[in-house]
Write a protein that binds this ligand. Structure first.
Ligand SMILES: Cc1cc2nc3c(=O)[nH]c(=O)nc-3n(C[C@H](O)[C@H](O)[C@H](O)COP(=O)(O)OP(=O)(O)OC[C@H]3O[C@@H](n4cnc5c(N)ncnc54)[C@H](O)[C@@H]3O)c2cc1C
Length: 431
């Protein structure tokens, strides 16, 4: 996304302008290239005051507001015809507390920017996902996660947030306000614009990576043992030999990858001296934050569904059967991960230890019949969906799947009674 420093519409500039750099009619497109919008104003605040001015400007002008992080969501979360707040300039670690294992950061800080500063203070993020390019507020807003049956999503680690609400006021939510905090933990950008957050973090740790390539029957045979025995366990099941390469992952040397999995195990390792660090492919030993992120630089589109862990194996096997029997043109790996239950009202993990199933497809191809069939097939497992990926959720479904939906909507309305932070997509879901 580009923003300009100079307003190009002088009349609007005279009437009332945000104090931050802004552009008018700048087209925004997401990372995957499947979502775009042309907001009336794209504002890039550099300070809290500039962010506040932008929201107040929008309120005065009767314009809706959406914040954008790194634009890595492929659902229509960010679109607005009003004011788009590009939060990338609000980026810094603002404090750490080693004793309480806490870190504060401005909302636009990317996950990658937590690594070195936290490590220097003896701390690290407790878990991370496949990439670290997302801004922390973006990751929190969709309950971004990694893998590990005892590890929660980013949202589950949110302990405090400072945000601008729909009245154009800066407010704080901390652990003393659990009702509101559980709403803020996964808010889809609808409570307001996050300015700064505090996360529960861990003492810093090293991870030993182990990459293996089991056949499907081997994976199924050790299903529960692998989930239980590893801090991080995940795999990418390959429908055919060339599947791994589509995600820039190395295949099994000398063996076909068809019906095998690229399997990751990360466990804590003791390192006395950083000369022990190893970058050997498939057996790296390094600081935690250097192990988690993969490449994933070529755009793809994904649907990601979440089923209760007790149904994980059955759900994965049902998806494999769907690919084999009806959608054999789908060549991308199917990624499978685990996330611990949490309490965020709109968290996909609320009250459920979860198995995550990610279906990846190629931009420009007609993947809709595959996604629709997968959606229908997985219904028997009561799936929830990743807010930041393609999904078929409706208000009706949410009423069944999220026991605290009404509480969330009530809190959302308290923070933003006029709905200035809604767009069409979020209004249909939680308006
Ligand atoms: C290559 C790739 C790999 C991925 N890997 C994973 C993974 O391993 N695990 C996983 O769970 N997900 C993964 N995702 C999904 C991704 O983590 C989410 O879509 C995440 O929300 C993107 O963060 P972002 O900063 O790009 O936010 P955006 O996509 O820009 O925004 C997401 C939401 O956050 C809101 N938001 C952003 N900033 C603010 C703010 N300051 N205040 C209020 N609301 C705000 C936006 O309004 C929007 O509703 C991946 C996506 C891609 C493209």
């Amino acid at each position: 996304m580009t923003t300009t420093n100079l307003p190009n519409n002088a009349a609007l500039a005279r009437a009332a302008t945000p104090s931050a750099p802004f552009g008018t009619d700048v087209t925004w497109t997401n990372w995957g290239g499947n979502q775009s919008a042309t907001p009336a104003f794209t504002v890039r605040p550099r300070t809290e005051q500039e962010a506040l001015d932008a929201v107040r400007f929008a309120i005065r002008e009767g314009l809706p507001v959406r914040a954008v992080g790194s634009g890595h969501s492929s659902s229509p979360l960010v679109q607005t015809g009003g004011v788009l707040m590009d939060m990338s300039a609000l980026s810094a670690i603002t404090g750490t507390d080693k004793g309480r294992r806490r870190a504060r950061a401005l909302a636009g800080t990317t996950i990658s920017a937590f690594g070195d500063p936290l490590w220097e203070q003896g701390l690290a993020l407790g878990n991370q996902g496949d990439i670290d390019k997302q801004q922390i507020a973006g990751a929190l807003s969709t309950s971004t996660h990694g893998s590990g049956k005892d590890l929660g999503s980013f949202s589950s680690s949110l302990r405090w947030v400072k945000l601008i609400n729909g009245y154009g006021e800066i407010v704080e939510i901390g652990e003393g306000q659990l009702r509101e905090l559980r709403a803020a933990q996964v808010a889809l950008g609808t409570l307001g614009v996050f300015l700064e957050v505090e996360l529960a973090v861990e003492d810093r740790y090293y991870l030993q990576e182990e990459i293996t390539y089991p056949t499907w029957s081997e994976t199924a045979a050790t299903w529960q043992t692998d989930i239980d025995a590893n801090r991080h366990y995940s795999f990418l099941w390959c429908p055919e030999d060339g599947s791994c390469e589509l995600l820039d992952l190395p295949g099994a040397p000398g063996q076909s990858m068809a019906n095998r999995s690229y399997t990751k195990r990360y466990n804590i390792a003791q390192v006395q001296d950083e000369r022990e660090i190893s970058r050997t492919e498939g057996a790296r030993l390094d600081r935690s934050y250097r192990i988690y992120p993969g490449g994933f630089t070529t755009p793809f589109h994904e649907l990601e569904y979440f089923v209760p862990s007790e149904h994980g194996l059955a759900a994965v096997e049902a998806v494999q059967e769907l690919i084999r029997t009806k959608h054999s043109a789908q060549r991308y790996p199917v990624e499978v991960r685990w996330v611990k239950a949490d309490e965020g009202y709109m968290s996909q993990f609320q009250g459920r230890d979860t198995t995550v199933i990610t279906l990846t497809t190629e931009p420009g191809t007609d993947y809709w019949p595959f996604f629709r069939d997968a959606d229908a097939l997985l219904q028997e497992f009561e799936p929830r969906a990743h807010w930041g990926k393609i999904h078929f959720m409706t208000r009706k479904r949410l009423e069944r799947l999220y026991p605290e939906l009404d509480t969330f909507i009530q809190i959302r309305r308290e923070f933003d009674p006029r709905g200035i932070f809604l767009n069409d997509h979020t209004r249909a879901l939680v308006g």
